[in-house]
Write a protein that binds this ligand. Structure first.
Ligand SMILES: [Zn+2]
Length: 245
């Protein structure tokens, strides 16, 4: 009797085991898809170390603010064609020659800040390199010194090169980009900057060089800014201005 009872218990136990099994096997089934997504995750985490190395750079940022008189100690003075209250300081991201993101400053007329932000957002997205971007006041508004330092800048209350009339820079509607790689070249093919002599030909390859019809020229053209590289006679490869000139 005892033996029978034991066997019965065993049978019952097995039955309960047997019934439990399908339940257990049904239960893990919905569980299986759940861990499944987790499995690729650790897998992708394993491959991740190679991905994070080129960490995505910070997103492009641009801030437009009023420019105070003390920011323009040399580049603005009474009698300039645009009052400094009608200029704006644009603080924006640019991609450097060192292949790293940087923050630069430009002063432009308040009416063209959208143009500038639109173009420089594209340049940053393309990782198109800019050597340096400081207000020309860092060079006491000396255009020659700023160019010699390969500085990208916009506003400067000065006369046009070789002219008695105001430059478009004096209106805050012009910008010079990588002036070393993109020199002002006279009709006879010379440049006033010794360090830029190897960059007087177009088209030419090189970091930060602007060429006819390239994406930089097109990006400016799309917001109505013309390139000085298209001038007849002297060419100003660094120069873009609203409406040309
Ligand atoms: Zn210029």
């Amino acid at each position: 009797m005892k033996r029978v009872a034991t066997m019965a218990f065993v049978v019952l136990a097995c039955v309960s085991c047997g019934t439990a099994e399908p339940v257990a096997s049904t239960a893990p089934e919905p569980m299986t898809p759940a861990p499944a997504p987790e499995t690729p995750a650790p897998g992708s985490t394993t491959t991740a170390p190679s991905t994070p190395t080129p960490t995505p750079p910070p997103a492009f940022s641009a801030k437009v603010s009023d420019v105070t008189r003390d920011r323009l100690p040399y580049s603005w003075r009474p009698g300039c064609p645009v009052h400094y209250r009608d200029l704006r300081l644009v603080t924006l991201s640019y991609w450097g020659f060192d292949n790293k993101p940087h923050t630069g400053e430009l002063v432009v007329r308040k009416t063209v800040t959208d143009d500038i932000v639109t173009v420089f957002k594209k340049l940053y997205g393309w990782r198109w390199p800019i050597y340096q971007m400081k207000l020309v006041d860092a060079y006491k508004a000396d255009d020659f010194a700023s160019i010699d330092a390969n500085n990208t800048s916009a506003f400067n209350c000065r006369r046009a090169t070789g002219s008695s009339s105001w430059s478009n820079h004096a209106y805050g509607e012009a910008i010079d980009i990588n002036p070393l790689q993109n020199p002002y070249v006279t009709a006879s093919g010379s440049t006033a900057h010794d360090n830029a002599k190897k960059y007087t030909e177009r088209p030419m390859k090189g970091k930060g060089v602007i060429n006819p019809g390239d994406k930089v020229v097109k990006a400016f053209a799309q917001v109505g800014w013309e390139w000085g590289g298209y001038w007849s006679g002297a060419k100003d490869y660094q120069h873009f201005s609203k409406g040309g000139g």
